[in-house]
Design a protein around this ligand. Structure first.
Ligand SMILES: [Zn+2]
Length: 176
């Protein structure tokens, strides 16, 4: 396993549509493991192929506090969505920033797991947000395009939080 270099906003690959994975080869398995390692190392909750320079439809997500509940999704597709939620989001490709984004409250998605099984997931709340954020990466979109209001510097939010202590924002827990 190895850490991969995380691509940053402005790099062309982040605005391209990623391609379907036709076969789960040893290289894809290695990519998935490297993506998990890279996500954990960067303290993110999700990472998509294009973010490590690979234009393929694969994402990894782990929203658990213990960092022991990884989901690897190959060729994921959102099939249903319901409701809305508005909350803070950040991205490993846009370091140090956060913004408010509205996403569905619940989504259902199909995908292939790393063993090649067809899977379906029902995600709610923060997991639904993470799934939507990562799948956007596969279509060449960053959350900053969807931010309501403006993009904040995390340092700015932390100092506001110290003063007001009411918004759970800018603590770096939402990087994806
Ligand atoms: Zn992201």
């Amino acid at each position: 396993m190895a850490l991969r270099n995380i691509r940053k906003q402005g790099e062309e690959i982040l605005s391209k549509r990623a391609k379907e994975i036709r076969e789960i080869t040893p290289r894809i398995e290695e990519l998935a493991q490297d993506m998990l390692e890279t996500m954990y190392d960067a303290e993110g909750v999700g990472l998509a192929g294009p973010q490590v320079g690979i234009l393929k439809r694969i994402v990894v997500i782990d929203i658990s506090e213990e960092r022991n509940d990884p989901i690897i999704m190959i060729n994921p597709v959102i099939t249903e969505s319901e409701g809305t939620q508005t909350g803070w989001e950040g991205c490993l490709s846009v370091p140090g920033k956060s913004g408010q984004v509205t996403r569905p409250e619940k989504v259902r998605a199909t995908f292939i797991d790393i063993e090649g099984n067809e899977c379906e997931i029902e995600a709610e709340g923060f997991l639904a947000r993470a799934v939507c954020h990562e799948l956007d990466h596969l279509d060449g979109h960053l959350y900053v395009e969807k931010v309501e209001g403006r993009l904040y510097d995390n340092s700015e939010l932390q100092s506001e939080q110290e003063e007001e202590d009411d918004e759970p924002a800018g603590d770096g827990e939402v990087k994806a």
